[in-house]
Design a protein around this ligand. Structure first.
Ligand SMILES: Cc1cc2nc3c(=O)[nH]c(=O)nc-3n(C[C@H](O)[C@H](O)[C@H](O)COP(=O)(O)OP(=O)(O)OC[C@H]3O[C@@H](n4cnc5c(N)ncnc54)[C@H](O)[C@@H]3O)c2cc1C
Ligand code: SF4
Ligand code: SF4
Ligand code: SF4
Length: 388
């Protein structure tokens, strides 16, 4: 049976719970807000199925993928959807196509308590909720079972998740179904749902109202200078860019509240398991400025014939150009490297999150710069771009 002695050994994919024939696995949430499996030894028969399904222990070996993906820069010709998406809105187009073929789409949505879970649906009106990156871990409980049932009924399923979740899906299914198409993304890491709720609580206090809509990578000040936007029940709106929003500073600059497994991710590199890998095409402005309007440009990596077929079906509704893998790697470190190692301050940080408001914890633990420090930092960034 599965036993987690070291937290870095569990990516929290929830596949073990779905595969246990005796429902002996539940999940306990630790002091950092991440879930880990707990086995009920009274009902467990020690059948080892949970170990066989765990993507941290072994990888699926039946999936055939291109050694080197086909690489495209692309964006949705529908400007409204492009602007509402995290990158270039390619995912939405793929999903719309699958809905139009009466298929099902799986992706992550916010729950009312500001946590995130995956859903699978054939209701195209759900795409508004599925669209966009949520920078906290998404629960997958029940999803593996549901997808398998749909596939066995002959339904087409387009499923998108983090690379570890897609690897877990294939481990669970034990074969590559013809009617399953998967997408994953280049993944910096997922953050603690508990820290995210603490951040939203701070904003709700400041705005005196309940948060009703959250949008990471809002493009109010452009894709390059992405922001977080939160709308409130009283009609007010919060929007701050990556250099001023405390959650983004914590994620991108301190990296202190991501899941322990993300600091040494086992799912980096190629071939990826998904049919299509999506990302931001950072650096596209230096390769081909006609592909960058500061409205979001996707990096699309096609890893299989099935992925290529789906991409070809939507190509007419995209503006796209082909590039190489080395072009893609220039601006996107997360393609093959994990986040910087776990912080020594981590225990102190999570202790503080339990006791103090988010703004105070941020002041103590994040590298928040003064206006003068910002000026120096931005000038250095500009000079380094100019020298390149
Ligand atoms: C946690 C996280 C970290 C990422 N890190 C990077 C990075 O370092 N570099 C990079 O280039 N790109 C990264 N991405 C990918 C990028 O943000 C875009 O999601 C991707 O480029 C697709 O953009 P899009 O506009 O086509 O689709 P989008 O509209 O963004 O949709 C993409 C799909 O991702 C799903 N999704 C959203 N949040 C989650 C979640 N928490 N867990 C699982 N699935 C989710 C959505 O439901 C949807 O199915 C990350 C995404 C996430 C969620
Ligand atoms: S060993 Fe078998 S019965 Fe026990 S928890 Fe794992 S899957 Fe369930
Ligand atoms: S299957 Fe997933 S949730 Fe279960 S132990 Fe392995 S990584 Fe953790
Ligand atoms: S960084 Fe790796 S382990 Fe963490 S969520 Fe992404 S794919 Fe999973």
């Amino acid at each position: 049976m599965i036993e987690i002695n070291n937290k870095v050994d569990c990516c929290g994919c929830n596949a073990c719970g779905d595969c246990c024939p005796h429902a002996s696995i539940s999940y306990e949430i630790d002091n950092e807000g991440f879930w880990y499996p707990k086995v009920d030894i009274n009902t467990c028969t020690n059948c080892h199925l949970c170990e066989m399904v765990c993507p941290m222990l072994t990888k699926s070996d039946f999936i055939v993928r291109y050694e080197t993906p086909k690489v495209f820069a692309a964006f949705n010709k529908n400007e409204e959807i492009r602007l509402d998406s995290t990158s270039g809105g390619v995912h939405s187009l793929l999903a719309e196509y699958v809905f139009s073929q009466e298929g099902y789409v799986g992706g992550a949505v916010y729950n009312t308590d500001h946590t995130v879970s995956h859903i699978t649906s054939n209701d195209s009106s759900k795409l508004n909720e599925i669209r966009s990156s949520k920078y906290l871990q998404s629960k997958m409980v029940g999803q593996y079972m549901e997808v398998k049932e749909l596939l066995n009924l002959g339904k087409t399923v387009f499923y998108c998740g983090a690379p570890c979740q897609i690897q877990a899906l294939y481990k669970y299914l034990r074969k590559d179904y013809d009617n399953l198409i998967t997408a994953d993304f280049i993944c910096r890491g997922v953050n603690s749902p508990k820290v995210f709720v603490s951040y939203i609580n701070m904003l709700e206090r400041q705005y005196g109202s309940k948060a009703t809509k959250i949008k990471f990578k809002c493009k109010k000040w452009g894709w390059h200078n992405f922001s977080t936007r939160v709308s409130f029940a009283n009609g007010m709106e919060y929007c701050k860019d990556r250099d001023h929003d405390l959650f983004l500073i914590g994620y991108l600059q301190s990296g202190i509240f991501s899941r322990p497994s993300c600091y040494d991710c086992h799912f980096k590199g190629f071939p990826q398991k998904a049919d299509i890998t999506l990302a931001d095409f950072w650096g596209i402005e230096h390769l081909d400025s006609s592909m960058d309007h500061d409205k979001g440009t996707s990096l699309v990596m096609i890893n299989s014939d099935k992925g290529l077929e789906l991409f070809n079906n939507v190509k007419d509704d995209l503006t796209w150009k082909e590039f190489t893998m080395s072009d893609a790697k220039i601006g996107n470190k997360a393609i093959d490297s994990s986040m910087k190692p776990l912080s020594d301050n981590r225990d102190l940080f999570f202790d503080a999150i339990d006791k103090k408001p988010f703004e105070q914890v941020a002041k103590e633990f994040f590298p928040i710069r003064s206006s003068w420090q910002w000026f120096v930092y931005k000038t250095k960034v500009l000079i380094s771009k100019f020298i390149k």
